[in-house]
Ligand binder design. Structure first.
Ligand code: BDP
Length: 596
């Protein structure tokens, strides 16, 4: 799926700003036709942002159900005759959209974009109304899943099994953009090397099918043309190619042009291309044929007031902190991040594990905390079943469609900590793994495993290329006892390495840490305990060859649902929520930048 862009044949208009907003817990707006007129009794709401924390009002923060957004937009007269598209980069978790009086789009899933051709419904040279109802309910047929509890006083309360606050709203930019009627609709690139020559296979799809001709030109970062070809499908060869590599986000630009029969350009699109390869060989993870070691974090899109609203200020700051600390990679836990984030990673050579929103598919873990006692089945027709699998598949398809051309993304993570012990997990995941590979044969596929499934118990590891482990020895297990933690961690990692000839990335390890709490003795929640625990893990990683990466949980403290295990959110951040370093930040910097 192409991102909107400005160019000789295309124009974008951002719909960011203050929209009108109204909660609708009773669902009155859908029957009352609220899209047909200006939203009355609404308040202002900023877009992009989560709506939950903008007003000091628990009704807004804990709202369950529909919420209405409305704005009006002037459509320039010069857009008459163009194709006009309305695009939402994300609406969490689902939305229905109207332009003036007409319904134009419906979308399920809170972290991938959707769009509608609204040419027929907009009036150029006039104000037009855009209305959207966003719904934040989680159920067994949503990704992530959840359940709604009815309280005696009639209130509905959202429950979910993942450990981050259920923020909702328009988290990312909204665009109106134009293309010519005959236009380029998609581009796919895949890159390899032939010695020092870069080989780029491309495919350009257009609304005209075979009717018009296509021309493709590749330019290097200085703008010099380095290769060209004709046809919708083809191969470009770049002698002495400058590869995209970790720490070196070198991008070429592929310009695709759609030409009419007289050779005039009807539409053109600039697609950035990083030339690189990704392979898994034995227990190694190779980028451009060289073993790569992941250093970094699992993160969240999370900040005070904005919630999950995308913010360029925080994004650039976070990338600057990643560089300061010596990280080379991160995982988009636990959902696809804003496209601005992936653009930045592409341009700066930051390696990304791209994850779907399939988190909380495990009834033996609730909100990051492990249930004790008897195992509860997760997969069943009335829990995680066919409906869940269908939306999960759609989430994978939309993630791959969005990010398939990004050099930064080297691995797809299709789920976080699902139940991988219940035998039915295999039937659930086999088609998902197969479909991910079919959609993208160029990247390895994995899922993140929680401690409940040791290598002898896990029923799905074989379906995947890389072993991703989230481990909390010394925290949820053997709390306060780092000696036992060290022995147990090493024993388990060695077992994984022996039983599966695959690389292992530790995608989570860490300890909740209250900033400023200090202790001489090993004491969970203190800054010393966090650094001591990280030291233990690092010693073990350095002893086990199959470990090819360490992602600390988490980059920064983040909001969660309330719980006795959470102090104003999850405090496993190496940075606080407002991005101040805990002691662990300096410790990681010393390890990750050693030798620089
Ligand atoms: C893991 C989850 C992560 C949680 C973390 C924790 O993958 O989302 O935040 O544990 O408990 O189970 O801190």
């Amino acid at each position: 799926m192409l991102r909107p862009q400005d160019g000789p044949t295309r124009e974008r208009r951002s719909l960011a700003g203050l929209w009108r907003f109204r909660l609708d817990a009773e669902g009155a707006g859908r029957t009352g036709g609220w899209w047909r007129s200006p939203l009355t009794r609404g308040v202002d709401i900023p877009v992009p942002a989560s709506y939950n924390d903008i007003y000091p009002d628990a009704t807004v923060r804990d709202h369950v159900g529909d919420a209405w957004y409305q704005t009006s937009v002037w459509v320039p007269a010069r857009w008459a005759g163009q194709r006009i598209v309305l695009r939402f980069d994300a609406a969490t978790h689902r939305a229905t959209v109207w332009v003036n009086d007409t319904e134009v789009a419906e979308h399920e899933g809170g972290y991938t974009p959707f769009e509608a051709d609204v040419t027929a419904h907009l009036r150029p040279n006039a104000e037009n109304r855009v209305t959207l109802v966003v719904n934040n309910e989680l159920s067994w047929s949503t990704i992530p899943p959840g359940t709604i509890e009815q309280r005696p006083d009639g209130r509905r309360v959202q429950r979910y099994f993942h450990d981050f606050f259920n923020y909702a709203g328009l988290h990312r930019p909204v665009w109106l953009y134009t293309t010519p009627a005959a236009h380029i609709s998609d581009i796919t690139v895949a890159t390899t090397f032939d010695d020092s020559t870069g080989v780029i296979d491309y495919r350009v799809e257009s609304s005209t099918g075979e009717a018009a001709s296509l021309r493709v030109v590749l330019r290097d970062a200085s703008g010099a043309e380095v290769a060209a070809a004709g046809g919708a499908v083809g191969t470009l060869r770049v002698p002495d190619v400058h590869p995209w590599a970790p720490g070196d986000g070198y991008l070429y630009e592929l310009e695709a042009s759609l030409l009419n029969t007289s050779g005039e350009v009807i539409d053109s699109y600039q697609q950035p291309v990083g030339v690189r390869t990704v392979d898994v060989r034995g227990r190694q993870f190779l980028i451009n044929g060289t073993p790569f070691y992941f250093r970094g974090f699992g993160k969240h899109e999370d900040a005070a007031v904005r919630g999950k609203g995308h913010d360029d200020v925080l994004m650039v700051h976070d990338f600057a902190l990643l560089e300061w600390i010596g990280a080379n990679s991160f995982r988009t836990s636990h959902y696809p991040y804003a496209e601005e984030v992936l653009d930045y990673a592409d341009r700066h050579g930051v390696v990304v594990i791209g994850e779907t929103p399939a988190v909380g598919l495990n009834l033996n873990i609730g909100g990051g905390v492990f249930n004790s006692g008897k195992r509860v089945p997760t997969f069943s027709p009335d829990r995680v079943g066919d409906d869940t699998q269908r939306v999960h598949l759609q989430a994978i398809q939309e993630l791959v469609a969005r990010d398939k051309n990004r050099p930064s993304v080297v691995l797809w993570c299709v789920a976080n900590e699902p139940d991988d012990v219940q035998p039915e997990a295999r039937d659930y995941f086999a088609p998902l793994a197969a479909e991910t590979r079919r959609l993208d044969p160029t990247r390895p596929v994995a899922y993140a495993n929680a401690l409940l499934a040791t290598p002898d118990q896990c029923v799905i590891t074989e379906l995947f290329d890389v072993v991703l482990l989230n481990r909390y020895y010394g925290w949820y297990w053997d709390t306060g006892d780092l000696e036992t933690a060290e022995t147990a961690l090493e024993a388990e990692l060695r077992q994984w390495a022996e039983m599966h000839d695959k690389p292992i990335i530790i995608t989570e390890y860490g300890a909740d840490t209250y900033p400023g709490l200090r202790s001489i003795l090993p004491s969970p929640w203190t800054e010393e305990y966090q650094t001591d625990l990280l030291d233990v893990y690092h010693r073990v990683f350095d002893r086990v060859d199959a470990v090819v990466g360490e992602h600390v949980w988490s980059f920064a403290d983040f909001a969660t649902m309330p719980g006795v295990f959470r102090v104003d959110g999850n405090k496993k951040g190496v940075f606080t929520r407002d991005r101040r370093p805990k002691t662990a930040a300096f410790q990681l910097r010393a390890r990750w930048r050693k030798g620089e």
